[in-house]
Ligand binder design. Structure first.
Ligand code: SAM
Length: 271
């Protein structure tokens, strides 16, 4: 995948931050419906074996466990499993696991899914190859990532109300610099279709998901900005007042704004 970093990268979010669990729940609230729709379209049914990589707070893993029933099973992994709970689902195993370092069963899963994970990893091609290797012949790999600095990124600014255009632009620059400094690939989303093909998958298709959010309804962007505040200020691109202005906008009823686009991409392991 283009821009694959060769250095070690540091996960850009502080998982010990007291509101990180809430931030992950807010991410699920925005993106789960689209993920569930795609996984349903691909035919997830009773008895499937599924792998959810970088499961975060675990909502997709739990949903999958309910879809596949007692005859199926779900393995949910994350380097940091403190927020993932099985909620008593006996066919769901949660495992502490680093996608780049730790082994996975080979050719075992009917479905492998990773959302907002690959973009954070220093070797994204290796990560995708590992997802493909874990999939059984005929099974599906579904990968979702943001476009923070690619072709769709400028469209985000168009949705901010006029008074917020300049702080939003400064914030955009700061976000790109902060993500870049920790090795996040800011354009992973648009590169996924080619990258999945390069990983040996066939029938590769993709869709861009860009929900316009309403002020006060979604906590994901305000919490993300609060979490990243020290890193954003360190870039020198943005002031604390800019960050607060955009947080205020995202919390004001009656306003709308657009977070970065998510590309959802799926491909099949050749039978
Ligand atoms: C932005 S969160 C997304 C969580 C979840 N996939 C979702 O979309 O709701 C990224 C997740 O990837 C995990 N992660 C980061 N590096 C990882 C690695 N090397 N292996 C497995 N998980 C990783 C983080 O701990 C975090 O839970």
């Amino acid at each position: 995948m283009g821009n694959t970093a060769t250095m070690e990268s540091e996960y850009v979010f502080d998982t010990s931050w007291e509101r990180e669990h809430g931030r992950l729940l807010a991410l699920e609230e925005i993106y789960d419906s689209q993920s569930r729709h795609r996984l349903t379209e691909l035919g997830v049914v009773d008895g499937w074996h599924c792998l959810e990589v970088g499961c975060g707070a675990g909502s997709i893993a739990r949903w999958l466990a309910k879809q596949v029933g007692a005859a199926g099973r779900v393995l949910a992994t994350d380097v940091d499993t403190r927020f993932a709970h099985s909620h008593g689902l006996s066919n769901l195993e949660i495992r502490t696991h680093d996608l780049l370092r730790d082994d996975l069963p080979e050719a075992s899963f009917d479905l492998v899914h990773a959302r907002a994970v690959i973009e954070h990893l220093p070797d994204r091609d290796k990560a995708l190859r590992r997802l493909a290797a874990a999939t059984r012949p005929g099974g599906w790999v579904v990968v979702e990532d943001f476009d923070i600095d690619g072709p769709t990124a400028p469209a985000v600014d168009l949705y901010f109300p006029p008074g917020y255009t300049e702080p939003a632009e400064r914030l955009g620059r700061a976000l790109r610099a902060a993500f870049g400094a920790t090795g996040v690939d800011r354009g992973t989303g648009p590169r996924l279709p080619q990258a999945l093909t390069d990983a040996g998958l066939t029938e590769v298709r993709a869709q861009v998901h860009a929900p316009v959010l309403t002020g006060g309804d979604a906590a994901f962007l305000p919490l993300t900005l609060r979490s990243l505040r020290p890193r954003l200020l360190a870039t020198g691109e943005v002031s604390d007042m800019d960050i607060e202005d955009v947080i205020t906008l995202t919390k004001s009823h009656g306003t709308t704004y657009l977070p970065n686009y998510m590309t959802i991409t799926w491909g099949r392991k050749p039978a």
